[in-house]
Design a protein around this ligand. Structure first.
Ligand code: NOJ
Length: 561
């Protein structure tokens, strides 16, 4: 089937269903809630909705541990309601993509339950079951990214199973052709129903090194060099593409932790061997941490810019970027790379900074109103399995004092992104009519909420709408070539996009201090049209000016404005 690259024109909105909107009054977000907000989502200018897992799950990792791939969790509704949502999205001209989590299942999935029954069980080889070493140690030294050892012992079988993530997430063995057939069937099930593609969870990790050899001993995720880019990864992804995805007008974005542009191209380079339409890499999210959020280091603008530019340059003319700053796995971006003190200013600057690059932008629920981190004070208030793992690591391996650990947890927990969406200043932020929502609501909902921002033409919410309209109106935003200016600055991010005689100059200040800015050679701001900005008054067109806190200016040069 000839593929249309509609995803290149699209803006995607991510829904993490549990915290989006509660439609049946039980305190948990659900599909009825989604249904009630489809017009709102459409009003943003969004073209695609990505649903984080909606499937039945024991929620050991909030939906990323799937117990049944062909159903909807009763927390969220049922298949009929899902079909209604899908239909209503399509009626509004929006597409829908599902989260496909096939690196692992839940330990309550029937395949796993069967696999533990015996070595001869037909499902045994769906997973990585191995004998331990003679000294009662696991089969190798791999560590889970979430949960201590990457191996869990089963007494009945006298074997261990592999789990790269939590204990409740046993890894599927994609080397088994039966597993690959199952994955294809799951894909077909949803595509035949009418969904428009997938976000594929840690998909670049599904092939494990033969023999599962020991990893280089490091205190977390030891062994990762043996699965982050396994020996059969391209082969399996090509198989999924050729046998299934190629037969549908769908698109696929793969999650790819630890990915570099060089390693990415063999997955996403356009042509016969392309396996994914785009991928979520993590490099620009590592500007204030070492490899992963829970290991904080001071924010470095240069590091962030370098990551963005590296991907923009490397993919030019070859592949397509997925652009994001938030999702359910990272703290809120204003709290992180922006400033809560300059909430609206930094929120708008950050929005334009990433959305005007080349690629498909993703917006995470609540990002459009600038929701901020909740920073819960006590460990027991957290829900996220990886938060507990980080705490354990800091306590038992690094022996940090408790207050230092809690400071990290407060800033870095994924739960910061998982608080209910703040719809209004009514009780429970308008998220639920139940007395108690399933999780804590950020107390700042009285000042950061959708309802209030709807009424304010200068709100962050309305800025997102303007920005998305702008993206769609000017082809230079879709297709222009990216080039960074002043790469050495640790206060200003400035880049251009050029397409024929159309040009865009994006200027972003990442500080509350004034910075003297001079337009790059070849740019006369007096000739440009200021299209987007986060300060309204006294905007002058001098080529040299002092920036205001977190100032944003986007100039357009050309004859289409
Ligand atoms: C990535 C998902 O985004 C995250 O939420 C999850 O915990 C891991 N993959 C494991 O599925």
């Amino acid at each position: 089937m000839e593929k249309k690259q509609w995803y290149k024109d699209a803006v995607v909105y991510q829904i993490w269903p549990r915290s989006f909107c509660d439609g049946n009054g039980d305190g948990i977000g659900d599909l009825l809630g989604v249904l009630s907000k489809l017009d709102y989502i459409k009003s943003l200018g969004v073209d695609v909705i990505w649903f984080s897992p909606l499937y039945p799950s024991p929620n050991e990792d909030y939906g990323y541990d799937i117990a049944d791939y062909r159903n909807i969790s009763p927390d969220y509704g049922d298949l009929d309601i899902f079909k209604k949502v899908l239909d209503e999205c399509h009626k509004r001209g929006m597409k829908v993509i599902m989260d496909l989590v096939v690196n692992h299942t839940s330990r309550q999935h029937e395949w796993f339950l069967e696999s533990q029954k015996g070595h001869d069980n037909p499902y045994h080889d769906y997973y990585f079951w191995r004998k331990g070493k003679s000294d009662k140690k696991p089969p190798n030294n791999w560590l889970s990214t979430f949960d201590g050892d990457a191996w869990e012992y089963n007494e009945n079988l006298d074997e261990y199973y592999l789990h790269i993530f939590a204990k409740g997430q046993p890894d599927l063995n994609h080397d088994n052709p039966k597993v690959r057939e199952e994955v294809k069937d799951i894909m077909r099930f949803w595509l035949d129903m009418g969904v428009d593609g997938f976000r594929e969870d840690v998909i670049t990790w599904i092939s494990k090194a033969e023999g599962l050899p020991n990893g280089i001993p490091i205190p977390v995720a030891c062994g990762l060099e043996h699965y982050t880019h396994g020996p059969h990864i391209h082969e399996y992804l090509l198989e999924y593409k050729r046998d299934v995805l190629d037969n549908y007008d769908c698109f696929v974005v793969g999650e790819a932790p630890m990915m570099t542009p060089k390693a990415a191209l063999p997955f996403i380079e356009e042509g016969d061997n392309q396996q994914l339409d785009m991928m979520f890499h993590f490099q620009h999210m590592e500007a204030d941490c070492f490899m992963t959020d829970p290991i904080p280091v001071p924010f470095s603008l240069k590091r962030m810019k370098k990551a963005f530019s590296r991907w923009q340059y490397a993919l030019e003319g070859k592949g397509w970027n997925a652009l994001y700053l938030e999702n359910h796995d990272h703290p809120r971006i204003i709290s992180r790379y922006g400033s809560e003190a300059y909430h609206d200013e930094s929120g708008k600057m950050l929005a334009a900074m990433y959305m005007l690059q080349k690629g498909t932008p993703f917006v995470y629920q609540g990002q459009e109103i600038g929701m901020t981190d909740i920073r819960l004070p006590e460990l027991k208030m957290y829900e996220d399995v990886s938060t507990y793992n980080a705490h354990r690591l800091y306590k038992s391996v690094l022996h940090f004092p408790e207050d230092k650990i809690m400071n990290i947890v407060k800033k870095r927990s994924r739960d910061n992104a998982r608080t209910p969406v703040q719809w209004s200043s009514a009780d429970n932020a308008g998220f639920t009519t139940a007395e108690k929502p399933w999780f804590y609501i950020n107390e700042n909902y009285w000042k950061i909420n959708v309802e209030d921002q709807e009424e304010d033409p200068n709100s962050l919410l309305n800025f997102y709408r303007k920005l998305i309209k702008f993206r769609k109106k000017f082809q230079v935003v879709r297709d222009g070539i990216y080039k960074e200016h002043y790469a050495e600055s640790n206060k200003i991010y400035c880049y251009e996009r050029v397409l024929g005689n159309e040009k865009l100059l994006v200027i972003c200040s990442f500080t509350d201090k004034p910075v003297e800015f001079t337009s790059p050679a070849g740019y006369n701001l007096e000739e440009g049209k200021l299209m987007l900005a986060n300060y309204g008054k006294n905007m002058r067109k001098h080529n040299t000016f002092k920036t205001r806190p977190y100032e944003l200016r986007v100039y357009y040069f050309g004859d289409k404005a």
